[in-house]
Write a protein that binds this ligand. Structure first.
Ligand SMILES: *Cc1c(COP(=O)(O)O)cnc(C)c1O
Length: 397
């Protein structure tokens, strides 16, 4: 009986997706996910990765990963709290703390895990969380897990945040208040209004939690993140970063006061109950942080490419939304059409994934480009040319 119920549920839902043209197979990459990549057997220009700085395929990181693997082995062997804390995990945490100008850092297995572990370690069912309506899925899930009351405010809308937080404060229902938001919003590429949020937080005695996944290695001086971008050091209580996007490897971290990090080492559940990142990953991450600490060259190249691609796409007449970062959406609207657009780009030699509901609101389906430091201007020119060709064919412009 239970088998039939499950089967019915799955086939009904899968068929529904197929009918809507939203059923997707995973694209398979043969070899590195670089600026060009072989996707499903075809060589294409790749404008879909989070490999902002090209570090995922950087020979210096590969070498560091091999060296650490040779010294420590393939796996960490245990969770951090038992016997899985290797000295290179601590070295990585120290290097990140210096890079972020924070008192301390704790490394989790992923950015997703940071949010799973941290929100619930700080907030309980007696508290309320003010959450931007476009926050990343891992923030939403982390908030749910905490059991705190979640109060959503309109995307990056400071009047609405003020309205919601005032109501929460005046109600007298909650012990603690926390405002939580992405630094760079992953689907639109816009930057959070941090200067205003820290003022509101002060006024209402709330604390602040930023998820800087798409800002890590991208925004601020040498890629130090949103706090650096606005020069608001000391004004944000909890900063999440990822090691899997700009930094190019795997893992996530929380930067903050020594007290915060001490607490998370005792109460951040994925830290306690899931094995530490591999020695190879830790070694490669250390190398990446060293590269970013020494020079802003890669980050500068990323922004130069970003400005170039955006201006060319605008000239060509595409709706590239409100992005202020390398994330460059091309908004199509209709969901099936966006998927078809992505398929046609692929046939012409450009890999850009289509994104639809529930990842973005209905009616705002898009293809999303992420420019990287590893692209050449020639590749970007070629990409724009392919866009123009496909737009003409599908009557999109
Ligand atoms: C990608 C992303 C994450 C997840 O990071 P991983 O390190 O890949 O798990 C978390 N939060 C935001 C805002 C993201 O964009």
């Amino acid at each position: 009986m239970s088998y039939n119920a499950l089967h019915e549920f799955l086939s009904k839902n899968l068929n529904e997706l197929k009918e809507k043209g939203l059923y997707r197979k995973l694209p398979v990459v043969t070899g590195p996910t670089g600026p060009r990549a072989i996707v499903n057997g075809r060589e294409v220009i790749n404008l879909s990765s989070n490999n902002y700085l090209g570090l995922a395929n950087d020979p210096r990181l590969v070498e560091a990963a091999i060296k650490a693997t040779e010294k420590y082995g393939a796996g960490a062997g245990a969770v951090r709290t038992i016997v899985g804390t290797l000295d290179i995990h601590e070295e990585l945490e120290q290097k990140l703390a210096t890079f972020k100008k924070a008192e301390a850092v704790i490394v989790f297995q992923s950015g997703f895990n940071c949010n799973m572990g941290t929100v619930g370690a700080l907030m309980t069912k007696e508290d309320a969380i003010l959450s931007d309506e476009l926050n990343h899925a891992s923030i939403i899930d982390g908030c749910r897990l905490s059991g705190a009351k979640v109060l959503r405010y309109k995307h990056n809308n400071m009047d609405d945040l003020r309205r919601v937080i005032k109501e929460a404060r005046d109600s007298g229902l909650y012990k603690k208040l926390m405002i939580i938001f992405d630094g760079v919003f992953s689907m639109d590429g816009d930057i959070v209004n941090l200067p205003e949020i820290v003022k509101i937080a002060d006024e209402y005695e709330a604390f602040t939690y930023i998820d800087d996944a798409h800002a890590s290695g991208v925004l601020g001086k040498g890629g130090r993140g949103t706090v650096s971008h606005f020069d608001l050091y000391g004004r944000v209580d909890c900063q999440i970063g990822t090691l899997s996007k700009g930094i190019g490897v795997i893992g996530g971290y929380v930067a903050g006061t020594k007290e915060l990090i001490d607490w998370l080492k005792l109460r951040g559940r994925p830290f306690l109950f899931s094995t530490a990142i591999t020695p190879g990953a830790a070694g490669a991450c250390i190398k990446a942080v060293e590269i970013l600490s020494e020079s802003t060259e890669l980050v500068d190249k990323l922004w130069d490419n970003t400005r170039y691609f955006k201006s060319r796409m605008k000239e060509a007449g595409f709706d590239i939304g409100r992005s202020e970062t390398p994330i460059t959406p091309v908004i199509i609207g209709n969901e099936a059409k966006a998927m078809q657009f992505s398929d046609e780009l692929y046939k012409e030699g450009l890999f850009v994934s289509g994104i639809a509901f529930p990842t973005v609101p209905r009616g705002t389906a898009r293809v999303r480009n992420i420019v990287t430091a590893a692209h050449t201007k020639d590749m970007l020119d070629e990409a724009v040319h392919i866009y123009e060709k496909v737009a003409k064919k599908l009557n999109v412009l």
